[in-house]
Design a protein around this ligand. Structure first.
Ligand code: NDP
Length: 283
């Protein structure tokens, strides 16, 4: 049976380091790092994510400035709030929870965030720097995945790697980071022909499709490393990943569970990005 990559334990260990960094920052600068969190509307999954992020900030000693806006908020109202937060000295990072209601143009909102406060790393300036291999704010989920690979001694150099998903927040940035780490990356999506054949060739598989149990255990190359980003909640509230964990775990050498894998690492990376921005490490 493959070894389980325990994101929960790893994130808890990192939290000690984060708490120390926050205390040191607070002592040096006379204020804690500050993260503004904006939620528009009442999407239940987004509300849970935002609550978890705010709780993680509080536990770490980071101030979260919470903004709950009604669904009917206009693009202008939202970008005005972002611009106000851009100017505040006590706000180091700004997070706009996605997805936004359909009438709001997500790109325009993300572009209104000052790149030096773009804690999620979704601004085109920061995504462009990522593509160029320059220091930048790395989106939290991809950053968490790279951290887990490194912690478990997985070097992507020369590995055949398959990424399922090409979103701007997970698929594209993780494919870029793996390419920068010298992996040979195949990006798959809903138009990909014969996904199974692609997955069977993967030394490292990162699946971020949001299709529960889509990847069967029999598709996994023996000894492969499997990172399951997908989170889907069924009608009974249970969470499932994209990978059929029970059958895949016997073939993989390392595998992340859902829940307890990528999810907790994403939140910890948000805290780390907030501290990094607070210290003004980013151009
Ligand atoms: P998106 O819906 O934006 O992207 C999904 C991607 O998967 C798309 O590129 C889509 O292809 C591709 N896809 C969908 N169905 C298939 C299929 N049958 N075969 C191959 N490719 C397919 O989702 P996100 O990137 O935002 O998130 C992906 C998943 O990860 C979700 O379950 C989300 O909840 C989870 N997530 C988990 C996080 C965590 O912390 N663990 C953080 C962020 C997301 P196409 O482009 O052609 O439509």
């Amino acid at each position: 049976m493959g070894k389980i990559i325990d994101g929960k334990v790893m994130s808890e260990r990192l939290r000690d380091k984060i708490n120390k960094e926050v205390s040191a920052f607070t002592k040096d600068y006379g204020r804690p790092p500050g993260l503004a969190v904006i939620l528009v509307g009442e999407d239940p999954a987004s509300s849970v994510y935002v609550r978890n992020k705010e709780r993680a900030c509080k536990n770490a000693g980071i101030i979260s400035f919470d903004h709950r806006l009604p669904t009917e908020t206009s693009l202008t109202e939202l970008t005005s709030l972002v611009k106000e937060l851009n100017l505040r000295q006590d706000v180091d990072g700004i997070l706009v929870q996605l997805p936004l209601p359909h009438h709001i143009k997500t790109d325009q909102v993300l572009m209104s965030i000052e790149p030096t406060k773009d804690v999620d790393g979704f601004h085109p300036y920061n995504l462009g720097r990522l593509l160029m291999g320059l220091p930048t704010v790395i989106p939290c989920t991809p950053r968490g995945i790279m951290y887990m690979l490194e912690a478990y001694g997985v070097d992507p150099d020369g590995k055949d790697t398959v990424v399922i998903g090409r979103s701007n927040i997970v698929g594209k940035p993780i494919a870029t980071l793996l390419t920068l780490a010298h992996a040979t990356v195949t990006v798959c999506h809903s138009h990909t022909k014969n996904l199974e054949e692609k997955v069977r060739n993967a030394d490292i598989l990162v699946s971020a499709a949001g299709r529960p149990h889509m990847v069967k255990g029999s598709w996994i190359k023996p000894g492969a490393v499997v990172i399951d980003v997908g989170i889907t909640r069924d009608k009974d509230g249970r969470l499932s990943g994209d990978v059929d964990f029970e059958t895949a775990k016997d073939r993989a050498s390392l595998i992340t569970p859902v829940p307890g894998g990528v999810g907790p690492m994403t939140i910890v990376m948000l805290l780390m990005n907030t501290i990094m921005l607070a210290k003004g490490h980013v151009a």
